[in-house]
Design a protein around this ligand. Sequence first.
Ligand code: MLT
Length: 252
Amino acid sequence: MKIDVAFRAADVTQELVQGRIAVVIDVLRATTMIASLLSAGAREVWPVKEVEEARRLAARLDGALLAGERGGLPPPGFDMGNSPRDIDPARVAGAPVVITTTNGTAAIERAAGADALVTAAFVNAGAVARSLLESGARQLIIICAGTRGAFSLDDALCAGHLIARLQKAHAGVELTDSALAARLLYEGQRDDLLSALLECAHGKVLQSLGLREDIELALSVDSIDLIPVRTWRDGRGVLQAAAPEAGLATAP
Ligand code: MLT
């Protein structure tokens, strides 16, 4: 298995993702939220780049709920923000959820040309690692969403965590220098991930909004045992829950 890492979604090109499995990470908070929504029973999650586009799509989908953020807070009229604590399982169960976030859903869109796409966060890292191993994935590109075009420490640490787990479980893992850098970064901080997430730029923004608990929740490693896998519907990428043992539909 060859693993590469893009530290910023802005670096993602069609050439980079083509022929590869893309793992998109936005720990604070988009991919943590997506895993949480599916774990709460959402039928599927539709990642969308813009707020207006999300509203239009939700209006077309029967029973759809709107989730997401701008500036860390839910846009007007949304059913919930981008916090797993906003999820009401009674409302979410069986419903399609349309989500739009500043960086995470844009990163998913940039990776659309990948042969297969899954989203990952600390909360479902073990499930993602297992599914990649089950699939016999050979070419992996881990995409860190970053923050407004810049490197984001939370995503890089999660990429390193995932790589460390894959390397532990599988002898034939080859890393590019960026993948090695992510793993070394994670290994240097693994015993105190919370301090890093509290000190990083987006962690500070969330704390200033009174959302520190979301940072702690995002570090509940392996609390969710499913993988959000992209399928296609009417030309749009939709994320659906799959069991890690089911692997991925395509394994380039
Ligand atoms: C994003 O996509 O930028 C984030 O997930 C932001 C957030 O939830 O605060």
